[in-house]
Design a binder for this molecule. Sequence first.
Ligand SMILES: NC(=O)c1ccc[n+]([C@@H]2O[C@H](COP(=O)([O-])OP(=O)(O)OC[C@H]3O[C@@H](n4cnc5c(N)ncnc54)[C@H](O)[C@@H]3O)[C@@H](O)[C@H]2O)c1
Length: 342
Amino acid sequence: MRRTLKVGVIGLGFFGARHARVLAVHPAAELVGVCDKDAARLAETAAIAGVPGFDDFSALLALPELEAVSICLPDRLHEAAAIAAAEAGKAILLEKPLAHDAATARRIVDAVEANGTRLMVGHILRFDPRYVQVYHAAAPERLGAPIHLRAKRSGIRSTARRLGASSSILFYMGVHDVDALQWIARSRIARVYAQKRDVLGNGNEDALYAVVNFENGAIGAIDYSWAWPDGLMNGFRAALEVVGTRSATYLNVADQGFYTVDDDGTSGGDTHLWPEINGRIAGDLADEIDHFVTATLSGAPYLQSCQEAFDAIPVLDALAESARSGQPVEVCRQAPTLAPNG
Ligand SMILES: NC(=O)c1ccc[n+]([C@@H]2O[C@H](COP(=O)([O-])OP(=O)(O)OC[C@H]3O[C@@H](n4cnc5c(N)ncnc54)[C@H](O)[C@@H]3O)[C@@H](O)[C@H]2O)c1
């Protein structure tokens, strides 16, 4: 008989509810429990998935049959649940960012390594066909050496208001592009010079711009905004470009290739990230979760190593520090190299 991975979900907000829906119908997964401290959210997802609900993640982690968890807690609350899951010996799919600073990320990874379990961070762009194709187009034999890179990501102000101080433009949006830039450039960011603005009063930054230097000599520009009005089609837009010594490649996520127009305006739809297709959540999120389930069951390495996920966090620390101080900041890479994981 085909084995299934017995998995739980911790945090059932915007994203965890979607994780639970994907896992509830995955052919190689068995959702055995869900957890949220919010009683209404817990009851809703537990009922849809038809599984027991827990208001404390320790109770979920104590289920003897549980083998893996997906952790979808707010960005600043990843540590306690991730370390508890590692100590309970569970495989972990942890939503990005790995943690909200490098010291916390290090404690999580140390707990995973000390307990001999496995960790995959939910860097969804690694599963997005557009970004994966840019990665391949930027291979040295096609691109040559990267000369300059640019990443842009804009979100809407109601998202910034909803998350408030529980997140930041860097954790919620910025980590996507920091990871993508380092992955696509095949080089880590060594130095950053950032500036930010906060005029809307949403409890976090409205915008953060930065110039960055890569270890391989390339220069980059980062442009993040959480200030777009809520009418922005799809609620976000993104772009990424790489120019090399032999070729260049450009990615534009402006309208997802689908929109409808009526007398009130234009509205888009999600065709890539987590679209609902024929009653199921499909797209990048479903592919990411499928990879986690199948690689955990087979013991194959995860697509992204723990080290690469970790490498994004000191860059976020440096961007935050530079935006605060107004000075260029060297990325602190003092942490020893992690053992290959995943
Ligand atoms: N990959 C992506 O594109 C993507 C998209 C959205 C969110 N995310 C990530 O997913 C994570 C969750 O984000 P979100 O937008 O769903 O946040 P959210 O605020 O909507 O949901 C968080 C949930 O966690 C619950 N919670 C908080 N503390 C808890 C505790 N101690 N025990 C149990 N439940 C608790 C809250 O009640 C809430 O339901 C974040 O790390 C975020 O960065 C990733």
